[in-house]
Design a protein around this ligand. Structure first.
Ligand SMILES: [Zn+2]
Length: 387
């Protein structure tokens, strides 16, 4: 990670470079701030800069990216770069293997590189397929720090230990870590990362040099949305307005919107096929939906429930009480004659039943084929005149 790859944060970067130039790198630093401000990316760029061997790094105000140290940093495999993060038991462990940062280093590197170093605890839990409440920075990892750092550094002057989400430190593990922070081995730098300082054990917090990582400035964030998400300037500006200084949030909103558009397009195709009915298209669509992962399939069905409700509301002239995205309006209006007070509760029931089956791992393809046949019948139920 080069400083030039960081989104915004120019002031922080300047002050970090200065600490290296003036040879006053604090041995234990905490980078804290909200999700998506780039804390971990900054810590990594800082670590890489400390270790970079280029003579021009101060003049260029960045690591060179090409020296042997930088090359290993790019792949996160530098022997003097160590990571600790929250872990829990998972299916990924080998038999009798205990959960530790070391055991999951492959998944960790993958996640960082896949997400361009903008990662959240949720991303991590998803990657390991573990429950949020169980994960923590454990005693095994904290005990291993002394061992890991007791060797002289292999290639760099400094050994660097990045501890991610220190607020997840298990209470039992705290004394081990505290002891190391109080009596740190020579030439080691601890870079700790947290979202909230008030959740950090006080004795640990008091040992750290605090660096607040602020929101990303709007201009840098807009540029990142244009470059990395491929948006035009107007869409990027709108997105930045919603993202509140967080690239992670901008990214998430962008993908949710894309995902919604994908859901909408597929839903339109599916409903048309159910109406005709076009068995070939129905089977193709169900095959596609059946291959989605559980969360995506559920997400699609929930979108379907919302879409049908929108059709009903348009049909009974109650459009003002639902939020309809402009691009979707035409379809809902055309489709509204097929959703009415006589069939809406059956539609809801059938979609919820499908969600229930998907959650219980019933074959996705089968669930969607069944649902398609039911939809095809339900569409033909006409509004009954109650008067
Ligand atoms: Zn370098």
């Amino acid at each position: 990670m080069l400083f030039s790859e960081i989104i915004g944060q120019q002031n922080i970067i300047k002050s970090l470079i200065k600490t290296v130039a003036e040879n006053r790198v604090a041995h234990a630093q905490l980078f804290y701030g909200n999700q998506g401000h780039g804390k971990l990316a900054l810590a990594l760029a800082y670590a890489q800069f400390i270790s970079c061997r280029s003579e021009n790094k101060f003049q260029n105000e960045d690591s060179c990216g090409t020296c042997p140290s930088c090359v290993k940093y790019n792949k996160l495999i530098h022997p003097d770069l160590h990571f600790i993060y929250p872990v829990a038991e998972s299916k990924l462990l080998k038999a009798k293997e205990k959960a530790s940062s070391k055991a999951y280093i492959k998944q960790w590197r993958e996640m960082l590189i896949e997400n361009n170093y903008h990662v959240s605890l949720n991303d991590w839990y998803t990657k390991l397929d573990i429950e949020r409440k169980q994960a923590g920075i454990n005693t095994k990892d904290c005990s291993s720090i002394i061992h890991t750092l007791s060797y002289t550094s292999y290639e760099s002057e400094y050994k660097i230990m990045i501890i991610w989400m220190i607020e997840k430190l298990n209470y039992q593990a705290a004394p081990k870590l505290l002891k190391i922070l109080e009596e740190p081995p020579e030439k080691t730098v601890f870079l700790l990362i947290a979202e909230q300082t008030d959740l950090i054990i006080a004795t640990i917090l008091s040992r750290l040099h605090l660096i607040k990582i602020p929101k990303i400035d709007n201009q840098s964030l807009t540029q990142a949305c244009i470059n990395e998400l491929g948006l035009d300037e107007k869409s990027a500006t709108n997105l930045v307005y919603l993202a509140n200084g967080s690239f992670k949030k901008a990214n998430r909103i962008h993908h949710q919107f894309q995902n919604r558009q994908d859901n909408f397009n597929l839903f339109v195709k599916w409903m048309r096929a159910c109406y005709l009915p076009d068995v070939k298209i129905i089977l193709q669509t169900c095959d596609k939906l059946g291959k989605e992962n559980r969360e995506q399939a559920k997400n699609f069905l929930k979108f379907g429930i919302e879409a049908l409700r929108n059709c009903l509301m348009i049909g009974i002239n109650q459009e003002n009480i639902v939020r309809i995205i402009e691009q979707e309006r035409e379809f809902y209006t055309k489709f509204s004659p097929f959703v009415n007070t006589a069939n809406i509760s059956s539609f809801n029931e059938e979609f919820n039943k499908a969600i229930f089956h998907i959650e219980r791992n019933v074959n996705g393809n089968m669930v969607f084929v069944d649902l398609s046949l039911t939809i095809s019948k339900l569409m033909r139920i006409k509004e009954t005149n109650l008067t």
